[in-house]
Design a protein around this ligand. Structure first.
Ligand code: S3P
Length: 434
């Protein structure tokens, strides 16, 4: 889809069928980065098709890592080991906060200067959360008052004990990666438990780390100087992309959906509990572990749709799924309230404002708050002309809301879905019955 694309979404009667999701975005980023600094080859099957994960591969190539795409979503990477090559041009992270934040931990450990740049949206996103701890480890980082571009002069890093002020899996992974290059043992404490793909992936690539829970959060320790070894892995289906179809199914009591080989990592699967509490029937079969990640097949049936409150640890655990939960909230019986989710204001768009604007354009009542939203249930929405605000998850969330509205909905800037899921609109169309 070209920039400025519009997609028309018609109301539906049902969601039915089977959908195999492209590889999880969070895991794909981490695998590509770790495969690049590992020794020997890695073979990554079902690598994410999203533009963000292509940005990570592009940056790795600029750092001298060789890789090739093969048929069937396979990426073969030749690991360079811990020392990479100095890039001749800025590392282009595109729209991807994950690329910039996590890769900064790797380039901070290199004996050269790297410049990291991003698009307009990424250039507005806060980077102090990685700048402060990496600076404490000995990297020199220049930024635009805490925003990109970043100029990182790496070198010998020293281990630190760091208590993260914001719960962020990107920051945790960044510091674990930097910890590999540091002298001594790095300890990272997170205030709330966030996705642990960095820890799981590091172990798969042969690193040793210690993890333990600490209240609602956790503590991870990693020793510097450990060498990684390439892996062969299949990336499980992306649960945050599946969220759109799960919520679409939840809108209609007659829906029936099957999703094979989906990521089931407990730090990501909170959405399934919430949707089940709301009334969606979900059964999981063929549970297995692949490279330490839980994977399963889902059978889903639509039923009633009660409301939910998402707060505290749930807001961190569901951070990428809140847009689509908010988009179906008006159709629930009791509505949905989201609290403690201020982080949504600094995502690809200010997601609290984007959600409130689009819900109101569809005729919904919404209470917008600094750290969340309150959306009453039992509302009828009408089709409207909406904007994605250049944000993939907003474009996809409102395509789902449009399925139960009265009349068609036009989504402008629909091409942004390609950031995480280029085939989203075609797949949604194939799964809906009218
Ligand atoms: C991600 C962590 C989350 C999430 C993002 C992917 C990751 O960001 O919103 O889409 O892969 O670690 P934060 O770490 O900023 O919460």
């Amino acid at each position: 889809m070209k920039n400025g694309s519009e997609v028309r979404v018609r109301p539906a009667r049902n969601v039915r069928g089977s959908v195999q999701l492209p590889g999880d975005k969070s895991i794909s980023h981490r695998y590509a980065m770790l495969a690049g600094i590992a020794e020997g080859p890695s073979r990554l099957e079902n690598y994410s098709t999203g533009a963000d994960c292509a940005s990570t591969l592009g940056c790795m190539r600029s750092l001298g890592v060789q890789w090739e795409k093969k048929d069937g979503g396979v990426v073969e990477v030749q690991g360079s080991g811990l020392s990479l090559n100095a890039p001749v041009a800025p590392l282009d992270c595109g729209n991807s906060g994950s690329t910039m934040r996590m890769l900064s931990g790797i380039v901070a450990g290199q004996q050269f200067m790297s410049e990291m740049v991003g698009d307009e949206s990424l250039s507005r996103r806060p980077m102090k959360r990685v700048i402060a701890p990496l600076t404490a480890m000995g990297a020199q980082i220049a930024s635009q008052d805490g925003n990109p571009p970043l100029r990182i002069t790496g070198g010998a890093l020293r281990a630190i004990d760091y208590k993260m002020p914001v719960a962020s899996a990107q920051v945790k992974s960044c510091l674990l990666f930097a910890g590999l290059f540091a002298d001594g043992e790095t300890t990272i404490e997170e205030p709330l438990r966030t996705r642990d793909h960095g820890e799981v992936a590091l172990r798969s690539f042969g690193a040793q780390l210690e993890t333990r829970s600490s209240g609602p959060g956790s503590i991870v320790r990693i020793r510097g100087g450990q060498r990684l070894k390439g892996i062969e892995a299949r990336v499980p289906g992306d649960l945050s992309s599946a969220a759109f179809f799960l919520c679409a199914a939840a809108l209609f009591p007659g829906s029936q959906l099957t999703i094979p080989s989906l990521l089931m990592n407990p730090t990501r699967a909170r959405l399934l509990d919430i949707l089940m509490q709301m009334g969606l029937r979900i059964s999981v079969t063929q549970l297995e572990q692949i490279q330490g990640e839980m994977v399963g097949s889902l059978q889903v049936e639509g039923a009633g749709l009660k409301g939910a409150t998402i707060a505290a640890g749930d807001s961190a655990a569901l951070i990428d799924e809140i847009p689509v939960l908010a988009a179906i909230a008006p159709y629930t019986e009791q509505g949905i309230e989201v609290r403690d989710a201020k982080e949504l204001r600094v995502k690809e768009s200010d997601r609290i404002a984007s959600m409130a604007t689009n819900l109101r354009l569809m005729g919904a009542q919404v209470e917008e708050r600094e750290d969340g939203l309150k959306i009453p249930g039992g509302q009828k929405l009408r089709g409207a002309e909406l904007d994605s605000f250049g944000d993939h998850r907003i474009a996809m969330a409102f395509a789902v809301a449009a399925l139960r509205a009265e009349g068609d909905t036009l989504i402008r800037g629909a091409e942004s879905a390609a950031i995480s899921y280029p085939a989203f609109f075609e797949t949604l169309e194939a799964l809906t019955e009218r």
